[in-house]
Write a protein of this length. Structure first.
Lengths: 264, 263
């Protein structure tokens, strides 16, 4: 019953925010072009890397394209859902409108995380999926049911980790008020998700596996896609995503205790 | 249009500097978010990709550190501030003042660079601690030339963004155009890979565009890598002299077109 209510509310969020975004039509079109150019740019960069070598970190060019595909999908999801909503937390807190959110008979995390939508990321998701389909062909991947199941599970876990990272950082706004740039730091860290984890030096690999698990976000789903992932890696990703989600939820509830609204 | 004297300029700078000091943590975080060149350096050296372009590990690490510095002191965000001011109707009071509002934004950027300076130095020191073999001291003349070309790079980007910002007078939202233009800036300016490593079919036309002069050219001067200093400066000045009249024109057209809220 409760789930049905939330689904209904979400469909309302969806249609209203799409409508308000489409007010600026040229904006949406320019964002589409940006998405295409951005993919072209990263493939261009990758081709520079592969000019004189046939592998980086043990991945050849065709395999590295899979990572680009996964990255593009995740980036599209970030641009569609996480970025427009979670940067809004800063605004809510600075202008004191978080009070109105908390007063609603709805889960505050649900409202804050899903209220808005930016259609510009849709094209990136489509481009990423198309690139993955192309990779099936050039890497000669066999598709079967368990393969599909594992792919979707690991991709889902990556989305959960990504969401939790964004949400954790945005939550710190309750203490620091201005965290625009903290999300910029996260963005620049996420940038390394375009490349296989093994192409970095040992110390960076450790940093990006333990402290900021960006490594899991793209490299493990790509390895699953190629059929070279080890079972413990998949299990590990599932556990990490679970931990991150629970921590981000707890942290939000904890932070709300410290929230003193605008007038008090 | 540009009635500016020394007094106004120093006052503007002082005010903006104290504004910026209020949000030190924010600026420190922003400095950290510019460390992408170091990740790129890690990929380049860890996979020995630089062997093919005849650049030793040490020279490449100096290049990327210089690229980091140039980027730190040429970041421009005037579109985003201007768009917000335009949407909230803050432009009207600025227009009444006998000073072009872009001087206010310009002073904001300079003040922010001054605030950012110590953080950039700290990041560079950490870099030298990790890579002690890449420590170098550029000669004074090269250092001054690098500073000048970084400032020119900042000017080019400031002018381009100001032109885009003026589109706000017509479309209200201009930041998406800036995001579009940021993509070629990111991939072609040399922030992620030095321009000499680009394939021939790109190198043949890239030096005619403003992009390599934004990061690659100043970073090459600072790090002591080979670059044609005279033609680089010539192209920088060329682009500034092309962009400045366009900005002046679009600004005067835009302010005529501008209808304040409620009119």
């Amino acid at each position: 019953m409760k789930i049905r209510k939330y689904i209904k509310i979400y469909s309302l969020f969806f249609s209203t925010s799409i409508a308000s975004e489409l007010e600026y039509k040229t904006n949406v079109i320019i964002d589409f072009i940006t998405a295409i150019l951005s993919l072209v740019g990263s493939v261009f960069l990758l081709s520079i890397f592969f000019q004189n070598t046939d592998n980086i970190g043990g991945w050849n060019f065709e395999q590295a394209l899979i990572i680009q595909g996964i990255y593009t999908i995740l980036n599209g999801i970030t641009n569609t859902w996480f970025n427009p909503n979670l940067t809004e937390i800063v605004k809510h807190i600075r202008e004191g409108t978080l009070d109105f959110v908390l007063l609603k008979p709805l889960d505050s995390q649900f409202f804050i995380s899903l209220n808005k939508i930016a259609p510009s990321g849709f094209l990136e998701i489509i481009l990423g999926v198309a690139l993955l389909f192309y990779c099936i062909d050039i890497n000669q991947i066999n598709i079967n049911l368990s393969f599909l199941f594992l792919c979707i599970t690991t991709l889902f876990c990556s989305i959960v980790i990504l969401y939790s990272l964004w949400f954790l950082i945005s939550t710190t706004t309750i203490w620091f008020v201005k965290t625009w740039n903290a999300t910029e730091v996260l963005r620049s860290f996420l940038y390394i998700g375009r490349f296989p984890l093994n192409s970095f030096s040992f110390s960076l690999r450790i940093f990006f596996s333990i402290f900021v698990p960006i490594a899991f976000i793209t490299t493990i789903p790509s390895a699953v896609y190629l059929g070279i992932a080890k079972p413990w890696e998949i299990l590990f990703e599932v556990i990490v995503s679970g931990i991150f989600f629970i921590v981000s939820r707890r942290f939000w509830l904890f932070a709300l205790k410290y929230y003193t609204s605008a007038s008090s | 249009m540009f009635n500016l004297n020394k007094n106004k300029l120093t006052t503007l700078l002082k005010v903006q500097y104290s504004n910026m000091l209020e949000y030190r943590v924010e600026i420190a975080l922003w400095a950290i978010s510019g460390i992408i060149p170091f990740f790129m350096l890690n990929i380049w050296t860890n996979n020995n990709l630089n062997e093919s372009i005849n650049l030793s590990n040490v020279m490449l690490s100096r290049y990327f550190l210089s690229a980091f510095f140039v980027r730190q002191f040429s970041v421009v965000w005037v579109v985003f501030t201007f768009e917000e001011d335009a949407l909230l109707g803050k432009i009207s009071p600025y227009l009444i003042q006998p000073l072009n509002p872009f001087f206010r934004y310009f002073a904001q950027h300079i003040a922010e660079q001054i605030t950012r300076f110590p953080f950039a130095i700290i990041i560079a020191l950490i870099f030298f601690l990790i890579n002690p073999e890449s420590v170098w001291i550029p000669s004074l003349s090269l250092f001054l030339l690098a500073c000048l070309s970084t400032f020119f790079s900042f000017l080019i980007q400031f002018l381009i963004q100001s032109i885009i910002a003026c589109f706000c007078f017509w479309t209200e939202k201009a930041s998406s155009i800036e995001r579009l233009l940021f993509i070629p800036t990111l991939f072609l300016s040399g922030l992620l890979a030095p321009v000499i490593s680009f394939p021939e079919y790109v190198k043949s036309w890239i030096y005619l565009t403003p992009f390599p002069y934004l990061i690659d050219f100043p970073a090459n001067i600072l790090s002591g890598n080979n670059t044609n200093i005279i033609s680089g400066f010539f192209m920088q000045i060329f682009w500034i002299s092309v962009l400045f009249p366009i900005f002046k024109r679009i600004w005067s057209l835009g302010t005529k077109k501008y209808t304040a809220m409620g009119s």
